[in-house]
Ligand binder design. Sequence first.
Ligand code: BTN
Length: 309
Amino acid sequence: MKSELLKILSANSDKVYSGEALSQQLGISRVSIWKHIKKLKELGYSIAATSNGYQLECSPDALYPWEFPEREHLIRYHQEVTSTMEVAKEEARGGCEDFTVIIAESQSNGRGRLKRRWHSDSGGLYFTLVLRPKVPPIMMTKFSFAASFSLVSVLRDEFQIDAKAKWPNDILVNERKLSGMLCEMEMESDMVSFVNIGIGLNVNNNPSEYEPNAVSIKELIGKPVPRRRILSLFLDRLKDEIDSEDLDGIIPRWKQHAITLNRQVKIVTTTEQYEGFATDIDENGALLLKQPDSSIKKVYYGDCFHMAV
Ligand code: BTN
């Protein structure tokens, strides 16, 4: 109902909508309209209420389920969680639907790669998407590359940000980190049971307080950006990628925006380190590193550091 009410009010923010008209349009009593308006105001929406009716003055940068009308039933919004990865794992094990999205305004224990902490202050976008593809585990990386490619494409096409993909799935702008991704998977009878893709994107927060080499969208374009627009565009784009006949072509598409290739890199895992010249990415997403003796080492996971040229 909140989604319907907001759709009407935001269709024309110059207009004052009477309680009577809203109640007729939505088929609920004027008292119910008033209760929904009161709740929306408590949630940060600025709605003028006069004797003539209601007028939406300003919406918060909110990620409430009703802000995503086409997929409201799939959105789980939390003010604060330890980590959306933990909540998503519980939801997935409990049988939640494919494409359920766990969003948190902030995380008290946001997780990064290699057991690092992901600082998650309000203003950033922190979410985990639960996917349930009916594929064998080897196919899983296609989904993380599809997510990375979709986010890079949205940032480039819709926000004119010169976003680039760093293997395996960071997003950088001028070599500064804008976004990181964490993927977790569980299997059942040799098939993927779920793949959880957790994304942290610096939008209107100030990540450089903790991480000097990090950057936010607000800093890049000089003004705050509505996070719901980014998330909504990203989910639409990723859904199209996954449903397309050409998910197998995702690695070549991802490579178009990659900055990890044709340079010297160092890969760090929790137990090992490798160096080499990154020549290509194979069909399963492994990075191919040319060694000094010209042999090729395949690296399947790890944190990647671009070496100075
Ligand atoms: C990295 O680059 O180190 C990966 C960062 C992933 C952060 C996101 S924020 C949403 C989700 N929940 C977490 O605890 N981590 C991921």
